[in-house]
Design a protein around this ligand. Sequence first.
Ligand SMILES: *Cc1c(COP(=O)(O)O)cnc(C)c1O
Length: 459
Amino acid sequence: MRTTAQWQAADAAHFLHPFTDHGALARQGARIITRADGIYLWDSDGRRILDAMSGLWCVNAGYGQRALIDAAAKQLAELPFYNAFFQTATPPAIELAELLAEVSPPQFQHVFFTGSGSEGNDTVLRMVRRYWQLLGQPQRQVVISRINAYHGSTIAGASLGGMSAMHAQGGLPIPGIVHIEQPHGWLHGRPAGLDREAFGLQAAAWLEHKIVELGADRVAAFIGEPVQGAGGVIVPPASYWPEVQRICDRHGILLVSDEVICGFGRTGRWFGCETMGARPDLMTFAKGVTSGYVPLGGVLVGERVARVLIERGGEFAHGYTYSGHPVACAVGAANIRLLRELGVVERVHADLGPYLAEQFAALAAHPLVGEAQICGLMGALQLVRDPASGAPFPAELEFGMVCRSHCFANGLVMRAVGDRMIVAPPLVITRAQIDEMVALIRRCLDLSLDDARRNRWLG
Ligand SMILES: *Cc1c(COP(=O)(O)O)cnc(C)c1O
């Protein structure tokens, strides 16, 4: 086995990491993760780390699940690959399609498989435009999305997403994609002093304004994450999604729910749209579908769209070599069965989600915390200089990164999005492990507060 330093040197010499400043990483050296079990990781120095981010929002079933490992091994031995082009299929892809229809809302009976969430959203863009073309309305091209959304990193995914730093690199978004403001109460509601639910209706109205401005006959679809994940776990007011649904219905526009993070139990239902009260026509999924054990994504296609594609379609000229990959689908099917057997989704809804919400409500009293939000087992703590006024730290301090460094040093993975600290632990976490996680978070907040006092950052 190589030493940590040897791994780091080889890493810096050859491996270009995603979303990474390669020069800075080479100077610092990567953290090398070598194994995992349950909700814990171990690094190459043998240190145990509590993974409060489920890898990258995906290890819903936790690490080391025998059923998933065995499903992959069995399928690799039996049939490691065959494609689904040319009128063929493999049993695992058929079984997973069937299971997805079972666990998703009733309007979903069909699925298109991809290799990732980004490819899923590329598929969405092509599919909604194809749908309107088949209905004789090819001018319906525009997809409306939101600022600070994350929909992946391919050209279409990054264009649909609303991350300005991504758009700035390479002339994005592509034509036909426009963005409205996000339902981020902390940013928009607080200064205006608006009641939370009234703010939700106002944020939904931004969609209608954009539709009217463009002309409804040009708009193909609206896409959104039920809870914006990578943007900082922005939990919208309860009034937001039902109003978005009414607006889409009123104008005949397709509603797309990007469930890549919220799907498979994260919010306490199988899909986030069920928690939020929306009835989408299409749902993108990835991450939690296999608990991240192997790559897989896709689009659940509601009957409104599926019927048009199937009955009027002819060939939809789209697909991937790995659409319906048998090993990925075998793991996906085993994962859904395991989540069902363990009653994971129900437990997040009835027990673990409310329990974590209680703990976060207590953290909201910490002198660094301006807002604490929870939805199911995803949560955010907005760090501020002064909770009473909501005054933020100066951006150049990168105070979130200060807190994140304490997390790593204390054996906790928590992510910083600006000054918003976010968690999304594996859904198999226990109450005792939630206590352990929250105690670690509190210690890291205290250490960050010490830094802020010592450096006179509190003003
Ligand atoms: C991660 C993510 C994606 C992209 O998925 P990849 O598998 O990384 O391509 C898309 N949408 C949302 C909401 C995500 O969180």
